[in-house]
Design a protein around this ligand. Structure first.
Ligand SMILES: NC(=O)c1ccc[n+]([C@@H]2O[C@H](COP(=O)([O-])OP(=O)(O)OC[C@H]3O[C@@H](n4cnc5c(N)ncnc54)[C@H](O)[C@@H]3O)[C@@H](O)[C@H]2O)c1
Length: 473
C-alpha cells in the first residue's frame, strides 16, 4: 500500500474532518468485543488493513455473516463499508490474523475475580499465541484495561517461534464508552501511549491521525491512567449519591444542589447526578482493580474503598426505601423499567438494575421487567414486551435505566394500570410534578419524602451559640 486510503463511511456524524492515520498499516486485532470490534472497524476507517481474530465460534459466525453481535450506533455501517472495501476481515486462525502484521491490538477481556483482582488469563493466552505466530518484528499493543506492570510481565511471555524476531509490548488503554463507542473512538479526549522506547511510541502513534491529542509516557503510567480515570468517575458518582442522601435527610433539593456544585468549572456536571450507583463492565472492575493494585504495594486506597462501599449502600438504601414505602416487599408486585446498566446498550454486566431486581426478588417481591434492548430470558423477573405491561396491577414502579422511552410514558395510563401509587425513579428521569398531578408519588435517590427530618435550622447555630454562651459564662 502506498497512498493513504480514503475515509469511506458515513457513520451518522460529521467525519468530513477526519484525518486518515499516519500511515496505512497491517493491523491485527485480537478479540471482537466492545473494544476490539470498535477498534477494528474504526482502524479500517482510518485506512489500515485490519484482520480481527475472534475465538468465540458463535461470535465469529455472526461477524462473518455481516451481523454485529453488540449494540453500538454506527458500527454496523462501518463494518459493512470495510468488509466491502476489503480492509476488514474476521478469522479464528491466529496465523492468518498475525502474518505480516506490524502491530497486534490486544482487546480481550480482563474480568474481575471474586477478590477484586483482574483475571489476566485471556490476556496471557492471547499474548503467547500471537507472539508465537509472529512472522517478523511485532508490537503487541494492550488496549485491555490492566494493572500497572502487566505490559512488562506480558513481554516475558511473548516468545516468537523465530528468536530473531523481536516481540515488544506497549500500552494504549481504551477510553470509549459503550453506546457511543464509535463516536468516542473518533473524538478522543486523548490517546495515551505507554512505551519504554521512543520508536515504539512513534509506531503506536502512527495508528492514529496526527492531530489527535496524544500523551506518551512509560508503560506503568499509561496503565495507571486508565485505572485512575475510571476510579475518579466512580468517586464522583458515589459522592453525588452521598450528597443526595444528605439532601434528603436535610430537606434540600438534590437535583439543584448537585447542579449548583457541577456548575463550578473546576468540578463540572458530568457524573454528578444521583442514581442507582455505577455499574457496567468497567467502573466496578477498575475500582476494585485499583484497590487490589494499591494493596499489593501496601497502600490503603481509602477513597476507592469508600467509593465501593457507598455504591453498595445506595442499592441497599433504594430497596429499603421501597420496602418502607410499601410496608414490606414480600408479595408486593413491582414493575421494573430497564435492565441495561445504562441507556443505549444491551450490556447488563454489573448492572445496578439487575442488582435491584435480584434484591427485590430475594425479598419476596413479584417482579415484572421491561427493557427495550436487553434480550429476553437473561435475568430474573418476568419479562414483558411493552413498558405499560409492567405497570399492570403493580404496587410500585421502579425506573432503573434512563432509557428516553421511559421519560415519555403517560402517567395517567400508568396510574390506571397500577394498583399502587409509588414510582421509584432511581435515575431521575421523569417529571415528578406531572406524575404527582396524576396521583403518583415519585421517590428517587435523594428525593421524595425525607425518611427522617431533623429541624436542623437551629442545630448549626446552637453549635456556636452554645460555645459562645459557655465561653461567656
Ligand atoms: N467495554 C467497554 O466499554 C470498555 C471500555 C474501555 C476498556 N475496556 C477494556 O477492554 C477490554 C475488553 O473489553 P470488552 O468489553 O471489549 O470485552 P468483551 O468480553 O466484550 O470482548 C472480549 C472478546 O475477546 C475474545 N477473546 C478472548 N480471548 C481471545 C483470544 N485468545 N483470541 C481471540 N479472541 C479472544 C472473546 O471471545 C470476546 O469476544 C477489557 O480489559 C475492558 O476492561 C472495555
Amino acid at each position: 500500500m502506498s497512498a493513504t486510503p480514503p475515509v469511506v463511511s458515513n457513520v451518522g456524524f460529521d467525519n468530513t474532518t477526519l484525518v486518515p492515520a499516519g500511515r496505512p498499516m497491517e493491523v491485527s486485532v485480537v478479540g471482537a468485543g466492545y473494544v476490539g470490534l470498535t477498534a477494528a472497524a474504526c482502524m479500517a476507517e482510518l485506512g489500515h488493513r485490519v484482520r480481527c481474530l475472534e475465538a468465540d465460534p458463535r461470535r465469529l459466525a455472526t461477524l462473518r455473516a455481516g451481523e454485529v453481535p453488540i449494540v453500538e450506533p454506527g458500527l454496523k455501517e462501518l463494518m459493512a463499508a470495510h468488509r466491502a472495501s476489503g480492509r476488514l476481515t474476521f478469522t479464528n486462525d491466529v496465523a492468518a490474523a498475525v502474518a505480516g502484521a506490524e502491530v497486534a491490538l490486544l482487546c480481550v477481556g480482563t474480568p474481575p475475580r471474586d477478590n477484586g483482582q483482574p483475571d489476566l488469563r485471556q490476556l496471557a493466552a492471547a499474548t503467547r499465541e500471537v507472539a508465537a505466530a509472529a512472522t517478523g518484528d511485532l508490537l503487541l499493543v494492550v488496549k485491555s484495561t490492566v494493572p500497572p506492570g502487566t505490559c512488562e510481565a506480558l513481554e516475558l511471555l511473548a516468545e516468537p517461534t523465530d528468536p530473531t524476531f523481536r516481540v515488544r509490548v506497549a500500552s494504549n488503554p481504551e477510553f470509549l464508552r459503550e453506546s457511543q463507542a464509535v463516536w468516542d473512538f473518533f473524538h478522543p479526549d486523548r490517546v495515551v501511549i505507554g512505551v519504554d522506547e521512543p520508536d515504539l511510541g512513534r509506531l503506536v502513534a502512527e495508528l492514529y491521525p496526527r492531530n489527535w491529542p496524544t500523551l506518551v509516557c512509560n508503560r506503568r503510567s499509561s496503565e495507571l491512567i486508565k485505572y485512575a480515570a475510571n476510579s475518579f468517575l466512580a468517586v464522583k458518582i458515589s459522592f453525588a449519591n452521598e450528597i443526595a442522601d444528605l439532601c434528603q435527610a436535610l430537606g434540600a433539593d438534590s437535583e439543584r444542589v448537585l447542579s449548583g456544585v457541577g456548575l463550578d468549572s473546576r468540578i463540572g456536571p458530568a457524573f454528578l447526578s444521583p442514581g442507582p450507583g455505577y455499574g457496567g463492565s468497567c467502573l466496578p472492575k477498575d475500582v476494585s482493580g485499583l484497590v487490589a493494585v494499591a494493596q499489593s504495594v501496601g497502600l490503603p486506597a481509602t477513597l476507592a474503598r469508600a467509593t465501593m462501599q457507598v455504591n453498595e449502600q445506595v442499592r441497599v438504601g433504594l430497596v429499603a426505601k421501597l420496602d418502607a414505602t410499601l410496608g414490606g416487599l414480600a408479595g408486593a408486585r413491582i414493575g421494573v423499567l430497564g435492565l441495561a446498566f445504562k441507556p443505549g446498550t444491551d450490556d447488563i454486566r454489573h448492572s445496578p438494575a439487575v442488582a435491584l431486581v435480584q434484591a427485590m426478588t430475594t425479598a419476596g417481591a413479584v417482579v415484572r421487567v421491561h427493557d427495550p434492548l436487553v434480550a429476553m430470558g437473561t435475568t430474573p423477573g418476568e419479562r414483558v414486551e411493552d413498558p405499560y405491561e409492567v405497570a399492570e396491577n403493580a404496587d410500585a414502579l421502579v425506573i432503573a435505566t434512563a432509557w428516553p422511552l421511559y421519560a415519555s410514558l403517560c402517567p395517567e395510563r400508568l396510574k390506571q394500570a397500577m394498583r399502587g401509587r409509588v414510582v421509584m425513579d432511581t435515575v431521575g428521569l421523569v417529571d415528578s410534578d406531572s406524575f404527582a398531578a396524576n396521583g403518583l408519588r415519585t421517590y428517587g435517590v435523594g428525593s421524595g419524602q425525607p425518611l427522617v427530618f431533623h429541624p436542623v435550622i437551629w442545630g448549626p447555630l446552637s453549635w456556636t451559640l452554645d460555645e459562645a454562651d459557655s465561653m461567656a459564662a
